[in-house]
Structures are given as C-alpha cells and as structure tokens.
Ligand binder design. Sequence first.
Ligand code: NIG
Ligand code: FE
Length: 419
Amino acid sequence: MKRSIKATLVVRNIGELATPTGREAVKGRAMDGLSALSGAALAVDVDRVAWVGPESEMPDFTGPAPELLDAGGRTVVPGFVDSHTHFVFGGYRDEEFLWRAAGVPYMEIHRRGGGIATSVAATRAADADELVGVGATRLRRMLELGVTTVEGKSGYGLDKDTELRQLAAMDRLDALQPVDVVPTFMGMHSVPAEYKGRPGDYLDYVLKEVMPAVKAQGIARFCDIFCEKGVFELDDTRRYLSAAKAMGYDLKAHADEIEPLGGAGLAAELGAVSADHLLKASTADLRAMAAAGTVATCLPLTAFVLREPYADARAMMDAGCAVALASDLNPGSCYSQSIPLIFAIATLYMGMSMEAALTALTLNGAAALGLAGDRGSLEPGKLADFLILDAPSYRHLAYHTGMNLVATTVKRGAVVYKR
Ligand code: NIG
Ligand code: FE
C-alpha cells in the first residue's frame, strides 16, 4: 500500500534534483559525488522537507491538498549558504578599487590609513536604520541569486557602540526578511586609529569591554579575527580566540590570506568551525584542519578582485578537508556577491568539480556555520530551502558562465522570489 504523508507544498516535474547528502560536512574527494535524480518530486510540510524521490513513487497526501509547484522539467538544488560576508557597512570605497587596479597593493592602502579604516569611519557615522536599509538591499539581491542563509560579520565599528549597532542591525534584518542571517562578532578586524601601533591594548579593550557586552545581548554566534601580518598576528589571535572559546563562542578566522603566518593551523588547534581565505596555507596546516574538522572556506571573488592566485581547492580536498565556498562580500577587497562567478572560478581555476562546487556552496557552507544538520541538502527533516534553476542540469551553474540561473527561490517552504 502507498504511504500517506502530510504536505503543504509539492514540487512536481523536476527534470533533475541535485543535492549533496548527509548531516555533516562532506570531506575530501567525497565532495566529487552528488545525488542527482531525474524525474523527481519534492514534498514540503510547512518549512521542512517531508519527502523527496522519483515522481512515480510519490506518496499520497493526507489532510488539506498541498499547493502545487510545477518545475517545468527544470533543475532543483538546495538554497545556497553564503558562509562568509561583511554585508552590513556604511559607505563605499570605489576610489580604492581604482588605485588597486592601477597597481597599489591592498595592504599598502591599509598601511596608509585607508582600507578598512575608511569603512569604519562611514559605519560609525551611520545610524541603525541606515545600516538596516543598506543590509536589506543586499539581502534582496542575495535572494535573487539563490542565497537562503548568510553569515554576516561586524568589524566596521571597532568600538563597543558601533559593533553592537552592526550586530543589532543583522538581528533586525534576520527578522525582517526571508534570508536567515547568522551573526559573527569581528571586532578584531583591524586596529582602530585610537589604538594605532598598539594591537595588544586594543585586544584588551575588546576582551574587557566589547565581548562581554556582545555576550550579554546574545547577538553573535561566532567570533572571527583578521589574522594577518601587520594586523593581528599569531599571539594576539591565540589570546583572542582562546578567550572567545572560553566565553562559549564558536570560532572562525581569516587566515593565511596575504602572508603565510600559520593562522590555519592555529584555527585547527583551537577547534575552529572554519578557517577562511587560506591562499597561503601550508599543506601541514590543511591536514591539521582536515583532522580537526575545521572547514576550509575559499573566497574566490576576493582573490579575483585582489588579483591574487586562487586557493588550490583540489589540494585542500586531497588533504581531506571539507571545502566551502563563500562570497566575502565587503566594501573593500570584494564588493561582489556574485554566486555565478564563484561557480565559474571554482571550476575553471581552483580544481573543483561541479559536484564539489555545489557541495561547497550548500552543505559545506552550512557546516561552516554549524548548521549542516539542519540545512544545505534536500532530505526529509531539513529546512525546505531550495531553488528552481532555469537550466536542464546543475552543471549549467558553471557552464552557463557568470549567469544567474535562479528562476525561483523557496525559503522555509515559501516562494520568496520568482524571476
Ligand atoms: O575578508 N581581510 C579582511 N577582511 C575583509 C576585507 C575587509 C575590507 O577590505 O573592508 C576580507 O577580505
Ligand atoms: Fe572576510
């Protein structure tokens, strides 16, 4: 006898349903595998996936008739999880983009007192409503590009009030619109002008004044730091991340981006959920990350904009790492949230198969936020976050180069965007 289940929404006529599987990060070469089912259907009960399989085996539905969505023979994939962004900020730095295009290095602008400091000044000058306003615009664009969960970092305040204001803006945005916003405290993004040349004193201030206030408000899930030569080096990074861990935060680090300091190895040693950038990470540190289960998050749009050699994602997979891909959307090194360009760079220049790239932007992105048990793949019990792509196969995500294929975005079982 046929099973009967309860459903509020049923998607039929799916030409291809492609999804990674499992409730944990997919590690190493296993990322090259994927479940791709043709002639599929998907049933949703309220906000969760209730059933997925061949349309010919679809169960009966009890109770009120579910809403029907015809995928028109097109492709369904999980919603994208952009696990590394700095999307709440004031102002822009378009002049710096042109300086860098003319050859001035990113860290040279930073040393001259521009870079992050310019965005800090603009963000300090922005009130809460302004930050919510610009954040909402960027989130709307994410939905169009198929992003259903995004991580956002503070770090353009570098003082207690502004850091709290940035985090509070993300909290409001999470409630205001469909994309789930996962907040990260990144007060250790740069040394503010008031503490110039005294990173240790600034760290004291962050640990004594800022982090306890953030903790008291419960508005950050992760703590992150820019571990880089001339910003915060290994000793400060260890002190900060250890203190954050003791306060109950999950850890992230911007590591080994411009100079090979060993931040990735430190992140692994401290059990960080992810280490990000990794353009210069050593093989030994990648192996340590694989062993510790620290997700290796690659940010190809930043390497593209800064004209740095891309991270070798294939070497990371060979070392056994779970690789995630994310945008790093921010006003300086990467004012882009182009998911299509990420797929193109990952497959053409970083040694990733299309299957690995899709896994990296879905299940492994979720894992980089500690959410792999809850989302990132289309399986019963997981959040019903998925996309209908205007394409016959998920492979077109890279092949139809640089194009946005998202026709429909479904978040928690509701259609929230339709082209
Ligand atoms: O991830 N590397 C440090 N933080 C950002 C850039 C921030 C900025 O330039 O405003 C990043 O690339
Ligand atoms: Fe970043």
